[in-house]
Write a protein that binds this ligand. Sequence first.
Ligand code: PGA
Length: 241
Amino acid sequence: MNIIEFKDKEQLGKEAAAFIARSIESKPDAVLGLATGGTPTETYKELIHLYQMKQLSFKQTRTVNLDEYAGLDSHHENSYMTYMKQHLFDHVDLPEDQYFLPNGHASNLEEECLRYEKLIQDLGGIDLQLLGIGQNGHIGFNEPGTPFDSKTHVIQLDENTRQANARYFSSIDEVPKYAITMGIASILSSKKILLIATGKSKAEVIKQLEQSEIHPDFPASALKLHPDVTIFIDSEAGSLR
Ligand code: PGA
């Protein structure tokens, strides 16, 4: 794991976007694994900027997102499909039939997980996976205890995760209790991984990530099993190292 610290979240966003852009430049039809949440918004803003400056095109790129809430229609204001459209897809030249998220509203969620995992394989696997990290060490929605050999699956969200995400909903009761997430094995199958973390609230988990043993109780520790992981943090997230 190669950890690089930047001054603030704005600089990190620029560098993360440049990292992703390099991947697309070297392989225009790259498969990008994308993440949602508060952390990547700056990165997506910078990717849109690069597109607007005509320095980047997503015309041939394919994207697969890490996760989606179960029970929310893709048009729901809090679905991750809506997030991705608002923060990236609606602002760049990525064709509509080239971005994919799990369907959290599928009538059979187990079948949907199998379909999604197969879709990733059929696309040729993920070239670069962007990840955030939860305060409890989750990657995607792989909460502590998730086996490292897990593929895309349905997961019950930790209370800690629901509370962290309640800020986007009118109340905690509205936050879904389940989600579909790529598994740890799905994530580790990516050729390259970029994890980003910003702010004081991530300082403890970044310290833990550096020091932890490899164990399912701390899902992000699985990244130590991967040969090509880059971690971008800002000075606040690095403040307890
Ligand atoms: P955040 O979420 O970017 O909103 O902090 C990250 C995560 O939970 O993986």
